[in-house]
Design a protein around this ligand. Structure first.
Ligand SMILES: [Zn+2]
Length: 62
């Protein structure tokens, strides 16, 4: 279960949506809110949405 997908979104994103990728593995469209964190997990399919800045290694050049 460690192979969960991570979907990168813009740093400014407040809300994202997930339908599980559609198709037979999909689920109803849900909206996920980045409260005050940089990541949010879909409660249907456990895919993780992460703001771009949270995926960059610390100290990486822009
Ligand atoms: Zn999902």
């Amino acid at each position: 279960m460690d192979s969960r997908e991570i979907i990168q979104v813009d740093d400014e994103t407040q809300t994202t949506e997930c339908n599980g990728g559609g198709g037979p593995l999909g689920h109803p469209l849900v909206y996920l809110t980045f409260d005050d964190g940089d990541t949010v997990d879909c409660y249907y399919c456990s895919r993780r949405f992460a703001k771009a800045r949270s995926l960059k290694p610390k100290g990486a050049a822009q």
